[in-house]
Design a protein around this ligand. Structure first.
Ligand SMILES: [Zn+2]
Length: 232
């Protein structure tokens, strides 16, 4: 995808999080990454989705220098940049405060894989990322949030391409993907899975995660070299 197309996809992806109800007010942002030029395109801070135009998007280097755009980038930009620097192969990051996924984040609970809908998108539990200390929040809140997410995945040996989502404690989810629109799709899937998990555990409080063989079957028929879901 060339850089101008990526810009259009970032714009579409930001409109989409509002259109599908994942982002109320301005509670969310999507970015895209161009691996050739190593540039990131992100939503500007505080601009309502219905007024957002392609000229408003901010272009930055991976180390956070603004290269294009007159508006301030999203306040979560350092988190997005940390994910692009650490997770090879991702080219889109999406952050929202979607209700059910955020409820898990605020409760400090990972999202267990209770069914095949979850297994189709995430190869197991979606982890919860630790709370930052007072010192870390004062020093570099959004940057260290990104580092904490990266550390969460590395320390637990979770492949970020197989589990493209995290719940940040007391905050909300971040998802990612191979494009900005795929990152948004993963936010939609995460929100639906969180809602289903809350409903399932209210019906049966002793609900347990789905059996491993079903998790493996559902994830691998959609992802990886032997995938056969969808059309060729
Ligand atoms: Zn947020």
């Amino acid at each position: 995808m060339n850089f101008n197309d990526l810009k259009i996809h970032v714009l579409e992806a930001n409109h989409r999080i509002a259109a599908v109800g994942l982002a109320k007010l301005t509670w969310g942002n999507v970015s895209g990454y161009d691996p050739d030029s190593k540039r990131v395109i992100i939503k500007p801070s505080g601009v309502p989705y219905d007024r957002l135009r392609d000229d408003d998007l901010v272009v930055l280097s991976l180390d956070g220098r603004v290269l294009e755009g007159s508006l301030r980038p999203s306040s979560d930009t350092p988190t997005h940049l940390a994910l692009y620097r650490a997770f090879p192969g991702i080219a889109g990051v999406c952050h929202t405060h979607s209700t059910h996924a955020t409820a898990f984040a605020q409760a400090g609970c990972p999202l267990p894989c209770f069914g095949t809908t979850h297994a189709d998108h995430f190869f197991g539990e979606v982890p919860i990322c630790r709370t930052l200390t007072q010192e870390e929040v004062g020093r570099d809140y959004e940057g260290i949030t990104g580092e904490a997410i990266v550390d969460c995945f590395h320390s637990q040996n979770i492949d970020p391409l197989q589990v493209p989502a995290v719940l940040q404690a007391y905050h909300a989810p971040f998802t990612w993907g191979k494009s900005p629109l795929e990152a948004v799709d993963n936010s939609i899937a995460l929100e639906m899975c969180a809602q289903m998990a809350l409903l399932g555990t209210s019906i049966n409080p002793s609900l347990t995660p789905l059996p491993k063989h079903l998790l493996i079957k559902h994830f691998l028929r959609k992802h990886g070299p032997g995938a056969y879901y969808g059309q060729k």
